[in-house]
Design a protein around this ligand. Structure first.
Ligand code: 0RA
Length: 301
């Protein structure tokens, strides 16, 4: 490619990023569902989902979510850290690409794909675009890297801020009052989702901390080494189980994974919870229909 073509190319890429951010800020509902409380909480889920993807890939064991006094939220994980090297296609660090480009599933050119549900798979760039400010810190290659954005746009470069032996990612963001009608995170809402996600990812430790309190911060810890088996045990804890051992089935075919936990109780009410990619599928779906057909056929046989 000729030099001047190259220069034009960078410019085209910058404009594209700019358009991404503007599009999200113009129609936030299209990306996060609403600009009310639901959308506000979705911001946290989206950031946490990136950490959960790291956990599902086997690289992250701990996620710490903090509701800060100033209305910002910190999400810290001990995963591999967002890659910091330059993505040639964009002439920007991978961190900046992750933070500014809309992603439809795939994590740019890394061959890493997003599995955890999140919003609509659009990624953390949406959170960035809808935040008054966002700071990211990455531990990787023995170094700590840091960058700050305001309303989706970088206001610093990716700075090398020291040495560390830890790896992982910290994302801290403050939802933009120009976008959201409500800014007050509900501990209970976040706690429910964090507990659910901890049940769905056996062994993953999630800490939820509220520092907005007057005295000591409120901290809850979710870690279930038995995963969904623990979830079923919890659901049946106030009921009379008719078999002690919880049935647990886990299988793979191609790139799909299925996990089921079952325990009958003496009651007459069926209580079924289904999830796909860590998202509660309240309306059921083909996964539930397939399960019910298989269960009926197996019992009949
Ligand atoms: C892109 C590629 C890889 C990891 C991540 C992004 C990543 C993003 C977030 C966001 C919060 N925590 C995160 N942790 C990781 C793969 C990295 C590799 O191949 O080493």
């Amino acid at each position: 490619m000729a030099k001047e073509d190259n220069a034009n190319y960078y410019e085209a890429e910058s404009i594209e990023v700019f358009e991404d951010i503007e599009a999200v800020r113009k129609r936030p509902g299209m990306y996060i569902g609403s600009t009310g409380l639901r959308g506000l909480h979705h911001l946290v889920y989206e950031v946490v989902d990136n950490s959960i993807d790291e956990a599902m890939a086997g690289f992250c064991t701990k996620i710490h979510v903090v509701l800060e006094k100033d209305g910002s939220v910190t999400v810290c994980d001990n995963g591999r850290g967002i890659p910091v090297g330059e993505i040639q296609q964009f002439k920007k660090s991978a961190v900046e690409v992750v933070m500014t480009k809309l992603h439809a599933g795939g994590k740019f050119g890394t061959g890493v794909y997003k599995v955890a549900g999140g919003l609509h798979g659009v990624g953390v760039s949406v959170v960035n675009a809808l935040s008054e400010w966002l700071e990211v810190e990455v531990g990787r290659n023995g170094r700590r890297y840091w960058q700050r954005y305001e309303r989706g746009k970088p206001v610093t470069g990716l700075e090398n801020v020291g040495a560390t032996r830890q790896t992982g990612t910290v994302v801290r963001f403050k939802p933009d009052p120009e976008i959201f009608e409500e800014l007050d995170f509900k501990f209970e809402t976040l706690s429910q989702r964090m507990r659910e996600v901890a049940y769905l990812n056996a062994g993953l430790e999630i800490l939820l901390e509220d520092r907005r309190t007057d005295g000591e911060p409120l901290v809850e810890r979710y870690k279930y080494s038995g995963g969904i088996v623990d979830f079923v045990r919890f659901l049946n804890s106030s009921k009379e189980a008719i078999h002690k051992k919880i049935i647990h089935i886990k299988g793979y075919r191609d790139d799909a994974e299925v996990e089921i936990a079952i325990q009958y109780n003496s009651g007459y009410l069926e209580n079924v919870f289904t999830f796909a990619n860590n998202i509660n599928t309240h309306q059921g779906g083909t996964h539930l229909i397939g399960f019910k057909a298989a269960l009926t056929r197996t019992i009949n046989e």
